[in-house]
Design a protein around this ligand. Sequence first.
Ligand SMILES: [Zn+2]
Length: 278
Amino acid sequence: MLNALTIDVEEWFHICGVPSLGRAAWDQLPSRVERTTRMVLDLCDRTNTRATFFVLGWVAERWPQLVADIAAAGHQVGSHGFVHDRAYDLGERRFTEDVRASIAAIEATGSRPTCFRAPEWSINGRSMWALDALARERMTLDASMAPVRIVGDVRFPRTPHVRTTAAGPVTEVPPLVTDRFGQVMPIGWGWALRSSTPSTVLRTIEKANQAGAPAVLTVHPWEIDPDPPHVALPARLRFAHYYRLQGFAGRLRQILESARFESIDACLSSSAFLPSAS
Ligand SMILES: [Zn+2]
């Protein structure tokens, strides 16, 4: 079975909820996104992997050639919004404007995105209107609802499914989670993916595949930066952003070499898995 690799294309400083890293600071901070995204492209090439790249509009506007190169390498290009604000912080009107701005910036590079991922998994019980807004902007797929506590909801489905919105259906594709010590653990992304051994991640992928579902992993270019800039962050964010970065590129490569990964589009259309309406 095919699985899906997703990449959120953003800078190391695109962290929600840190006032000192607000938009006014971005042009003064050292940019790493082009170099590190090209490292991700190289890793995909070496492991014969295709992925869905959710590109931030702000990045597409500054590095249009990078986005064109992602598409030219056979990957799917989606949107990660424009300014990297959480959906529920923006509210419906500003969220819609942000999605439109990201579509325009990405379209200018040659790809019209039809899939979306909100910053910090921020489509949840506080912002379900966002799915209607996405459908109105002709997005057909969303990958923003994490079935975990804090950023999402453990009651969210763990497999791809179709959600009905006021403006049409949207296929929702959740990231990979696992149960450990009575808790739901985000093993498909972030600190949990970085700190798990490749064999543990591969076993979890195998288990999902045996149950008939593709596994969806998420990686940020800054997570494989060999020389990542650091800023002072509150404890929870420090853990989410810096824990176990060391050696992650090598562990990720082992995972990509040992299971089959494609873009979300290719994964859903070629797998025997058929999303059911909910
Ligand atoms: Zn992000």
